[in-house]
Design a protein around this ligand. Structure first.
Ligand code: MRU
Length: 381
């Protein structure tokens, strides 16, 4: 992985042209815009595991494109079926980088099926590779359109549910914006759409400990704000940064009309949604204070193969992320010898969620406090 310093024209986490992939090193934002050259799936795996690229949709797209770059000029010796097996094994390897977001394994399954099917209808390895590369590229292109649709559905729905209010104050958690996707974002896309329509009073972003997707970097790095705060400032959207622990007090003050967060995996029962650690606490606070709580995510974040959130593997990350500053890369800040529990995600039950906003529309509750996710997916596909 080589690196190059560069100011991105837009908030572009993934820079791709056929045969070339560069990922914005999000660990260095907002102070430095450094792109890492990704040459193969091993580089892609490392970039995902080490949080160079993060966010459920961005992880899936970056993984697929890292393999697309690897096979672009590969002299492969073997039959089309061998080429398909080669790709499937590489995809399995990429899926092992981070376990919780379903978008990556969903993409791997679809791309794996595609190359297996293609290998049965061709005598040319290059046809198998071409099918993979084109499908990976389509993921990048389609994601922005899906996010804009999420933004638009979300903005319309939130306004409808907030009759009497001209403008809304919306709180979000973690980073779900351009940097977590191919562009625009999911939950942050809803905030962007509200702002574009003139319906946003202000956004609140939580710092999202311990990886600080939305907060200040280390003090000695001059209080540069990261990811969500960076995107909101970039787009000139009125916004305020709060600590995760300030949310209950903020809601009690009546300053928040709605919460919109992303999702890493939504279970088929519609009652369990995994997202960045701290989401569950926000949902409990919102319920207590009568604040609407929305999940905004593409259909690829829905996992119909699991019946409940108990089956979701929650990634546990290195204790260093808590013990040291800068997501574990900086100086020690906690007492030596202290034990650490550092889950990256938690699961929020449907009883705390007002609605799920997707690119195909908004899923509301059908009764019994659950979402009929399966029927929604079937009716829209
Ligand atoms: O650990 P991360 O930064 O990959 O976690 C990201 C989140 O939890 C996001 O909220 C989620 O992936 C949705 S991104 C559109």
């Amino acid at each position: 992985m080589g690196e190059s310093n560069e100011t991105p024209e837009a908030l572009q986490a993934i820079c791709y042209q056929r045969g070339s992939l560069r990922l914005l090193d999000q660990r260095k934002l907002p102070l430095e815009s450094v792109y890492l050259n990704i040459q193969d799936s091993k580089d892609g795996w490392n970039a995902i595991r080490d949080m160079v690229v993060r966010g459920a949709p961005a992880i899936a797209i970056a993984a697929a494109l890292s393999l697309a770059v690897e096979i672009h000029s590969l002299e492969f010796k073997g039959a089309p079926a061998d080429a398909a097996d080669f790709i499937v094994k590489k995809l399995e390897f990429l899926v092992s980088s981070r376990p919780t977001a379903v978008n990556l394994s969903d993409a791997a399954t679809k791309l794996g099926d595609l190359v297996q099917n293609t290998s049965e209808t061709t005598t040319e390895v290059k046809t198998v590779f071409k099918a993979f590369v084109e499908a990976a590229e389509a993921m990048l292109e389609n994601d922005v359109a899906d996010n804009k649709a999420i933004g638009s559905h979300g903005a319309i729905f939130l306004r409808k549910k907030s009759e009497g209010l001209d403008k809304l104050c919306v709180l979000t958690h973690c980073n779900t914006g351009s940097l977590a996707t191919a562009g625009y974002g999911t939950a942050l896309g809803v905030i962007r759409a509200l702002h574009a329509g003139g319906y946003l009073d202000k956004a609140f972003c939580t710092e999202t400990r311990p990886f600080n997707q939305a907060k200040f970097q280390a003090i000695w790095l001059s209080f540069g704000s990261r990811l969500t705060a960076y995107e909101l400032v970039h787009d000139k959207i009125p916004a305020t940064l709060v600590t995760d622990s300030a949310v209950a007090a903020l809601m009690k003050s009546g300053s928040v009309n709605a919460v919109v967060v992303g999702a890493d995996r939504i279970a088929a029962n519609g009652s369990d949604t995994a997202n960045k650690i701290g989401t569950y606490s926000l949902a409990l606070c919102a319920k207590h204070h009568g604040v609407q709580f929305y999940v905004a995510a593409p259909l690829t974040s829905i996992d119909l193969s699991i019946s409940s959130g108990q089956q979701i593997v929650i990634e546990e990350r290195s204790p260093k992320e808590l013990l040291n500053s800068e997501g574990g890369l900086g100086k020690q800040v906690a007492a030596s010898g202290i034990a650490v529990w550092n889950p990256a995600f938690d699961v929020t039950p449907a009883s705390l969620i007002t609605a799920i906003i997707t690119e195909k529309g908004v899923i509301t509750k059908s009764g019994d406090d659950v979402f009929d996710i399966k029927s929604f997916v079937e009716s829209t596909s």
